[in-house]
Design a protein around this ligand. Structure first.
Ligand code: SF4
Ligand code: SF4
Ligand code: SF4
Ligand code: FES
Length: 952
């Protein structure tokens, strides 16, 4: 249980090494220089009344309720404690008769402008105005604000209608005290600048920009304003419906790799709201629309809560008991292995489940299945990160914590749009940019990162899809040939032999910006200037996403970035580094847990006898000493008739893999497909066994975010299906003859910490004590490692690797003249399984195709009309959106909606090292369409049949 109310010290902490001494109410205190009187008092247990101050916002000084007195004061005025710093020797009084009298006058003015309806207000009992009125004896019976001597003044803002346009919160202008906390939260915390103050004096009002209401405004529904509001003016609709929560449980968001910590606030054991936790080290009390509001899918009517089985995918599903479902699955898998051999089955761990749940699935495969045919969805997103960073630095993970960005001087964002995919971290980047850091964005699209209120990239490099490697090589070429490298760092930290080879290679003229203009579509001068900016920055940091990894040269590009960062001395200290922005909540964790066919937990090679031996001893089995099949190999083997059974934990391959028709064929070729998920997904349509899974609100375990931070996920409710996911996997192992006998997920973590050296010091107890830790967490770093490679790389000396540019074989031609690249949007998540079952659909659930006006015009395509998108692999239809945010010759879409099935057009081209699919480059043509494509029509019919459930 977490405490419902968090202490608000009124103003932010200040960073200073100096301290000073003073007195507050006669008590001697010592605080950091620059601390406000309000914060100093609060830190010492003295609460000064306040309305406009909050410790996540810069002090503003508008309400004047926080006035104090001190010995050196001159004149008539009393200083506001939120805007006045403590000085050495100051002697402050926070409460006396005079101050109370003045505060009372101020509060009477506030109350005169406020409806006196506390007993019918949804914020009753959770309202700072009410609390302050109470302190000043201005509350009457039933805690209702008392009328004051000013209440007869005519007040236009009373009687205004409530704006309920946003699906998640209301704005009631009547209850607004114009403290401006919401405006400042939107500006300072979120960085969207959607709100403003209109008019003056008594007529001052909060408005969502120039729009009529919140829904039509620039607001992105992060909820920071709602959280900041001290009254019931901005309030969650769930609170209006269900009432003020009475308890809270600390847990972690189940959506993206930022890993925001939340207080799940409950009333009568039902979730009322999710409030981001101020102690969350990844999010510091902030969130995005998905984590804060889009949790309604957890009890959506579509959820499957009973196990189901069937012999053939054309049969209707039949609900059965857990015992029956598990024995049915085990019998089928055992029979397949008898008939087709040990390698004929395998499994997939999920990036959405906990570490413990993922660990136990790969253990099942390596023990009960007796092979290494295990893979995870990271195969199709960040496997090149794992490979590239391991080769160069020695560890398959990002180098920094998120807070490190607040000390970056140059931020290079490449192949990522954190504003939509990692929104809370994007707010942090934007904050740093507003403080003066420089920004380089390399992305074909003009994303929200390139320009938004108070943010403008110093360089936007709209490179052609598939040309990352020549771009990064050109950056390194400039660093080397213009002598912008850090030779001292290289001499001390890096392998000199590989550096010398690389230096010779990268100095070649072929890497000069002038020689890559055609490949990248960029202007050489711009590349040169941007590269100089990165190389000469004091602290330069690289942040990248799937626009880097999902290419045939994804691993080459990761190593290219690592080379550049090492050459310029930008690894191993605060403010710099090479940082993958990992997509799903636990994609880092699923990789850490040994979900790849060639590695055991903690990235320990399966072929190493000693390392594998430790697992064999613990698990009492012989583990095969050769890597198993990757997911794409499993599908190929299925079509070839050699792979017949698969256990899929929470992934929707039929929507998320490239070349969907190939994947569908693979699933149709199998005899036992087991899907463990919340809903009957597209993949579940091809399954023979359905194991109902748990939502993040039911899970007990840990997620590991993009900065290697291991966070606790605590259950808010019992599993609706009656079983935790690790129990399902354990039951399957038992039914297949392998003994597992965990009694809690904490025991599974204990086993992980015994087997994976980077997790050696991790336990639930430690996480409960520290809140979270970043791996490596071991004897050398018992409280974790925020920044990696300090002083020395994990592998010793950093290795430079030659990064030759080999263009993709996927080329545009006369038949397919455009290049398609894919991504995601803010309100939908991944394949949309969860977010399409929330009110987020108000912002649209359909995938659309962004196309440049000139490309649209030559094809006779109008805005918002249906178009056919076809590639060498398949075709689908979707609506076109004409925009200049996309360059000529490039089109863009998302893959959130199964009806579009955008991956029907993507190809099986993949990264040379890891097989990560090349989602980001597909040659396509687009033309106006009259109706859905044949594939879409047939698929809809087929899936409707495959989803029938027998009535019981
Ligand atoms: S919800 Fe977020 S973006 Fe919208 S107005 Fe509030 S703070 Fe701004
Ligand atoms: S809506 Fe709330 S936070 Fe915003 S100005 Fe009004 S009272 Fe303050
Ligand atoms: S940024 Fe990511 S982790 Fe944070 S609330 Fe949003 S979806 Fe959840
Ligand atoms: S809290 Fe200090 S002026 Fe409002």
């Amino acid at each position: 249980m977490s405490s419902l109310k968090e202490i608000d010290h009124g103003t932010p902490a200040v960073a200073s090494t100096k301290t000073l001494s003073a007195k507050i109410n006669g008590v001697s205190i010592t605080v950091t220089e620059g601390t406000s009187i309000m914060r100093a008092a609060s830190l010492n247990g003295i609460e000064i009344p306040k309305l406009c101050a909050s410790d996540n916002l810069e002090s503003f000084g508008s309400c004047r309720l926080c006035i104090v007195d001190h010995k050196d004061r001159t004149g008539f005025g009393y200083p506001s404690s939120c805007t006045t710093p403590i000085t050495e020797g100051m002697d402050v009084t926070t409460h006396n008769e005079k101050l109370t009298h003045l505060r009372k006058n101020l509060m009477e003015l506030y109350i005169s402008d406020h409806p006196l309806d506390c007993n019918t207000c949804s914020a009753d009992g959770d309202c700072e105005l009410q609390d302050q009125a109470s302190e000043l004896n201005l509350l009457g019976a039933n805690n209702i604000l008392k009328p004051t001597r000013f209440n007869s003044i005519k007040n236009d803002h009373l009687g205004q209608p409530i704006d309920s346009s946003n699906p998640y919160f209301n704005f009631d202008p009547e209850k607004c005290i114009v403290c401006s906390r919401c405006v400042r939260a939107c500006n300072e915390v979120q960085g969207t600048y959607a709100l403003s103050l209109h008019d003056r004096s008594y007529d001052t009002q909060i408005k969502p920009g120039i729009a009529e209401n919140f829904l039509e405004s620039e607001c992105v529904s992060c909820g920071a304003c709602v959280q900041s509001c001290p009254t019931g003016s901005l309030i969650e609709k769930t609170v209006v419906e269900k009432g003020i929560p009475d308890k809270a449980v600390l847990t972690t968001c189940g959506y993206c790799g930022v890993g925001c910590s939340f207080k799940a606030e409950l009333k009568n054991d039902e979730v009322v709201r999710m409030t981001p936790s101020k102690d969350g080290k990844a999010n510091h009390g902030h969130s995005c629309v998905k984590g804060r509001f889009a949790w309604g899918y957890t009890n959506h009517v579509d959820r499957i809560t009973k196990p189901m089985i069937r012999e053939k995918i054309t049969d209707s599903w039949q609900e059965v008991s857990w015992d029956r479902a598990v024995s049915f699955a085990a019998d089928k898998l055992t029979k397949i292995q008898k008939e087709y051999g040990k390698q004929s089955i395998g499994g997939i761990t999920s990036a959405r489940t906990t570490n413990e749940e993922a660990f136990i699935v790969q253990k099942l495969i390596r023990t009960a299945f007796g092979n290494n045919n295990v893979d995870t969805c990271a195969r199709v997103c960040h496997s090149p990160t794992g490979y590239g960073l391991k080769q160069t630095f020695g560890t398959s993970a990002g180098t920094q914590n998120f807070d490190s960005v607040l000390e970056s001087d140059v931020i290079f964002v490449i192949g990522a749009n954190p504003v939509v995919a990692h929104p809370v971290f994007a707010s942090q980047i934007k904050k740093r940019i507003r403080q003066g850091a420089k920004l380089i964005v390399a992305d074909p699209r003009r994303t929200e990162m390139v320009e938004s209120p108070h943010i403008k990239a110093d360089y936007h490099l709209p490179l052609l899809p598939g040309s990352n490697v020549p771009l990064i090589n050109a950056f390194s070429h400039i660093a080397v040939t213009e002598n912008l490298i850090d030779q001292n760092y290289i001499d001390q930290r890096c392998d000199i032999e590989t550096f010398n080879d690389w230096k010779e290679f990268i100095s070649l003229d072929i890497h000069a910006p002038e020689n890559i203009e055609i490949a990248t579509g960029l202007n050489a001068t711009q590349i040169r200037e941007a590269a100089r900016l990165y190389a000469s920055g004091k602290n330069s940091a690289i942040y990248y996403g799937l626009g880097v990894t999902e290419h045939s040269q994804g691993s080459t590009m990761v190593m290219g970035m690592a080379n550049l960062a090492m050459a310029t001395g930008n690894v191993g200290s605060v403010g710099c580094g090479v940082n993958p922005l990992r997509g799903q909540n636990n994609v880092q964790g699923s990789c850490d847990m040994g979900s790849f066919p060639h590695e055991l937990a903690g990235y320990q090679p399966i072929e190493n006898d000693t390392l594998r031996g430790a697992f064999e001893k613990k698990w009492q089995v012989t583990i095969q000493n050769k890597p198993g099949m990757r997911s794409l190999n499993m599908f190929d083997a299925a079509i070839a008739g050699k792979f017949k059974g698969i256990y899929i934990q929470g992934e929707d391959f039929v929507q998320s893999e490239p070349n969907i028709q190939h994947v569908e064929e693979a699933f149709k070729s199998m005899e036992c497909v087991i899907v463990q998920d919340l809903f009957l997904t597209e993949t579940a349509s091809y399954a023979h066994v359905f194991f109902p899974a748990t939502s993040f609100l039911e899970k007990d375990g840990t997620f590991t975010n993009a900065e290697r931070r291991i966070n606790r996920v605590r259950p808010i409710m019992e599993p609706i299906s009656g079983k935790h996911e690790w129990e399902i996997t354990q039951d399957l192992a038992l039914a297949m003859g392998y003994q597992m006998n965990y009694s809690s997920s904490s025991e599974i973590m204990d086993e992980i910490s015994q087997l994976a050296p980077t997790f050696k010091g991790v336990s639930f107890d430690k996480l409960d004590k520290l809140g979270s830790v970043q791996w490596p967490c071991n004897d050398e770093a018992p409280e974790g490692t925020p920044i990696m490679h300090i002083g020395e790389f994990v592998k010793g000396k950093g290795t430079f690797i030659l990064t030759e540019y080999v263009p993709t074989t996927e080329r545009a031609n006369r038949k397919y003249p455009l290049l398609l690249t894919t991504g995601r949007n803010l309100t939908q998540y991944n394949v949309g399984t969860q977010t399409r079952r929330t009110a987020n659909i108000i912002w649209g659930e359909d995938d659309v195709l962004e196309i440049h006006p000139a490309d649209a015009s030559t094809r006779g395509i109008n805005n918002e009309t249906l178009v056919l998108l076809r590639s060498r692999k398949g075709e689908t239809t979707l609506k076109a959106v004409i925009t200049e945010n996309i360059p000529l010759g490039v089109v863009y879409t998302t893959f959130h909606n199964p009806e579009t099935g955008a991956n029907v057009v993507t190809t099986e081209n993949s990264d040379w090292a890891t097989n990560c699919p090349e989602y980001k480059v597909t040659a396509v043509e687009v033309e106006p369409a009259e109706h859905r494509s044949e594939w879409q029509i047939n698929r809809a019919k087929e899936l409707a049949q495959f989803r029938q459930i027998k009535s019981t």
